[in-house]
Design a protein around this ligand. Structure first.
Ligand code: PLP
Length: 401
C-alpha cells in the first residue's frame, strides 16, 4: 500500500488545481482503478487526451520499444520517429510541414508567432493584429491567455501582449467588421471546447476563410481538443471542408504522452527560418514514437467510422436520462466531443454532477459552470458506454432527489 495520500497534495502542490478526492493508479481501456481498488468508467479521457483509452497495447509497445533505444536528442540532431510522424501527418492533412512541441499552448504559441512573423516578412510590421473569439481557449502561456477569449484566465497577469482583439463566435458580421489589412492572423477553434462545447457553423468557418483570403491574413485552426479523431474525422477541418493555413494539435496526438504540433503549408513555413523558434523537447523520439502509434491506430479502417455510432449511443442515453429528470437544455457537439447544457434550474452546478458521478464510479468533465462534457476514448466499448450511462443516471437521481 502506498503512503501517498490525496491530503498531501495540499501540502506540497501549488494550489492552482482542485483534484478529485481519489488517486487513480491504474487504467486499462476505459476503466480506471484508484488506490483502494475502486473501479471507475472513464468518460473524460484526460480531457480528450486518451483517445485510445488507457494502456493501449500498441502505445505501450511503441513506448517501451523506443524507451529501450533512444529517449532524447537535442534538435541539433533529428531522429527517425520525428520524421516518420511528420511524414504521416503531412500525408493525412493539408499540411506540408510540421513543428513539434510539447503541449497545446505551445502549438498555439508557435502558430501565433508564425502568423505574426509571416505577416512581418511578407507585408511589413504594421500587419500584426490577431483576432480571436469570445469564449475561446488556447492555453495558459501569457500569449495564449491573451489571445484566449475568457478574461478570467488573464486577470492579474497583465500587462498582456497587445495587438489582439476578440469578436463573438459564430458571428461572421462581427469578424468582417474587425478584420482588416493589418490583420496577421485569425485563430478559431472549429468547435469551442472549454468555452462550452459549441460547434462552429459551416457557413461561419467558410466565411472567415474567405475574409482571411481577402485580407491576406492567415487562418489558424486550434484543433488541440477537436483533433485526432474526436469528431469522426482525423481533424475537424476535414469534416467542415474548410482548410486553414496553420493547425495546432496536441492532447490526443500523444494518447496521454505529452506532445504538440503545429501543421502548416510550405509557403507559411518559410517564415520560421533557422533559429526563429524552437523547443528543447519538441520532436523528442519517445513522444513521436508513441504519437505515430496513436495516429496509425486511429486511422485504422473502422475506427473513425465508429465514432459517430458511439456518440449517438451516448446521445440516446443522455436523452433518456433527460426525458426522466429534465436537467438538460441541450445536448450538442460533434462526434465524441459532447456537451450537455444544464437548464436554468441547475445553472452553475455542473461541478456538482461531476462530484456525484465520481461517487458512482464515473469520471467525466465540465466545460464551464453550466455544461457537462463527455470526451471518452474513441474506442470505448459499447458495454462501457452503457455502464457509464447507468452510473451517470444514478448520480443524477441522487442529485435530483
Ligand atoms: N487549445 C484548446 C482548444 C484546448 O482545449 C486546450 C486545452 O484544453 C489548449 C489549447 C491548451 O492545451 P495544453 O493544456 O496542452 O497547453
Amino acid at each position: 500500500m502506498s503512503d501517498i495520500t490525496r491530503a498531501q497534495f495540499d501540502d506540497v502542490m501549488v494550489p492552482n488545481y482542485a483534484p478529485g478526492k481519489i488517486i487513480p493508479v491504474k487504467g486499462k481501456g476505459s476503466r480506471v482503478w484508484d488506490q483502494e481498488g475502486r473501479e471507475f468508467i472513464d468518460f473524460a479521457g484526460g480531457i480528450a487526451v486518451n483517445a485510445l483509452g488507457h494502456a493501449h497495447p500498441a502505445l505501450v509497445e511503441a513506448l517501451t520499444t523506443q524507451g529501450q533505444n533512444l529517449w532524447h536528442l537535442a534538435n541539433v540532431m533529428t531522429n527517425e520517429p520525428a520524421i516518420a510522424l511528420a511524414k504521416r501527418l503531412t500525408e493525412l492533412t493539408f499540411a506540408d510541414k510540421v513543428f513539434f512541441c510539447n503541449s497545446g499552448a505551445e502549438a498555439n504559441e508557435a502558430a501565433l508567432k508564425l502568423g505574426r512573423r509571416h505577416a512581418f516578412l511578407n507585408y511589413g510590421p504594421e500587419k500584426n493584429e490577431i483576432i480571436s473569439t469570445h469564449g475561446s481557449f488556447h492555453g495558459r502561456t501569457l500569449f495564449t491567455v491573451s489571445v484566449g477569449g475568457q478574461p478570467k484566465y488573464k486577470e492579474g497577469f497583465e500587462p498582456t501582449p497587445g495587438g489582439i482583439s476578440h469578436v463573438p463566435y459564430n458571428d461572421l458580421e462581427a469578424m468582417a467588421a474587425q478584420i482588416s489589412d493589418n490583420t496577421a492572423a485569425v485563430i478559431i477553434e472549429p468547435i469551442q471546447g472549454e468555452g462550452g462545447v459549441t460547434p462552429g457553423k459551416k457557413e461561419y468557418l467558410e466565411g472567415v476563410r474567405a475574409l482571411c483570403d481577402k485580407h491576406n491574413a492567415l487562418l489558424i485552426f486550434d484543433e488541440v481538443q477537436s483533433g485526432v479523431g474526436r469528431t469522426g474525422e482525423l481533424y475537424a477541418y476535414q469534416k467542415y471542408g474548410v482548410v486553414p493555413d496553420i493547425l495546432s494539435t496536441a492532447k490526443a496526438l500523444g494518447g496521454g504522452f505529452p506532445i504538440g504540433a503545429m501543421l502548416t503549408t510550405d509557403k507559411c513555413a518559410e517564415s520560421l527560418g533557422i533559429g526563429t523558434h524552437g523547443s528543447t523537447y519538441g520532436g523528442n523520439p519517445l513522444a513521436c514514437a508513441v504519437s505515430l502509434a496513436v495516429v496509425n491506430e486511429i486511422t485504422r479502417p473502422g475506427v473513425l467510422d465508429a465514432v459517430e455510432t458511439k456518440a449517438q449511443r451516448i446521445r440516446d442515453g443522455l436523452k433518456k436520462i433527460n426525458d426522466q429528470y429534465g436537467i438538460f437544455k441541450e445536448v450538442r457537439g460533434m462526434g465524441l466531443l459532447l456537451g450537455a447544457e444544464l437548464t436554468e434550474d441547475w445553472a452553475g452546478r455542473a461541478k456538482d454532477f461531476l462530484g456525484a458521478a465520481l461517487d458512482e464510479g464515473l469520471m467525466m468533465l465540465v466545460a464551464g459552470p453550466n455544461v457537462l462534457r463527455f470526451t471518452p476514448s474513441l474506442i470505448i466499448p459499447d458495454a462501457d458506454i452503457d455502464a457509464g450511462l447507468a452510473r451517470f443516471e444514478k448520480a443524477v437521481a441522487k442529485l435530483v432527489s
